[in-house]
Design a protein around this ligand. Sequence first.
Ligand SMILES: [Zn+2]
Length: 346
Amino acid sequence: MRLSFYLLAMLMWAAQAQANDPPTKPIKQSAVKEEMSATASAKEETKPAKESKASKESKAAEAARQKEVQAADELAAKIADRLAAIRKDKEAAAPHPVARPYAPPLRLADVAKPKKQEAHGHEIHWSYEGEGGPMAWGKLNAANTKCDTGTRQSPIDIRDGIRVELDPIQFDYKPVSFSVLDNGHTIQVSPSSGNFLNVSGKLFELVQFHFHRPSEERINGKLFEMVVHLVHKDREGKLAVVAILLDFGEAHPVIQQVWNNLPLEKNEVVKAINNLDLMQLIPKRGDYFTYMGSLTTPPCSEGVLWMVMKEVVHISPEQSAIFARLYPMNARPIQNSAGRVIKESR
Ligand SMILES: [Zn+2]
């Protein structure tokens, strides 16, 4: 049994090494066998005089050893087949290999998973700091130029709004099932369909909501602990985002329900068991600020109707701290409001 364990370990090592090797290299089956017989004779050496008697016992041992050798051969053949299959899959998955100065060794686990299509050249992913930070967003990808050249970008410091009788936002939300995703930039919640808002005769459906810490928008220069952005879309694909500012106070049950379903891994969707009642998150007072802006993440697309609720909703410091464990800072800096009209409920 010890022998077969050793062989198995060795074969696994050989398999790993083989997977790392370029496909032209032959399978090291012979080397494996050599190692195997060396081990077998080493074992014999440790058992002197008694064995020379060639008793029935030693014959049985010999037979068992033969069996082990045969089993090892079969295993080696199986591994060779598996490696050939893996190589075939790998070649099929990447029909046009890109020449790279250094190819990191592949692990078996990586070979099994289809790799994400990589852009040509090195790609810097957008982030909130470092070389992929907000100042670089416009240059990271041709699709992101609005992040640099746009004149109606978000977020802004909301001040000097024109006080008018704004049409109330009619939230038609109901308890629905939802899933939670950590997309690498924020925690994003996707409720199932059936949540609508109606404003100025236009109907939008809630697509997702997500969080920023601290709040991206400011009110007369003031930052808030966090903000939730409820992203809605109309039938033509136009976006309307409702921002609800979050500040310290009592713990919020809706936020808690989302946190309870935080995924353990990024890019992994957790489907929650209980329904989420988003009406509980909407401030009682309906006053809001409104202006035309953009997505606050690449590609920074413009033409987004923003509605920022005036009444702040409370979360506990613990709830903010939980988000901070994942994203301590995921807010785009304030953009130039460039004379845009801001209206607010009076
Ligand atoms: Zn957002």
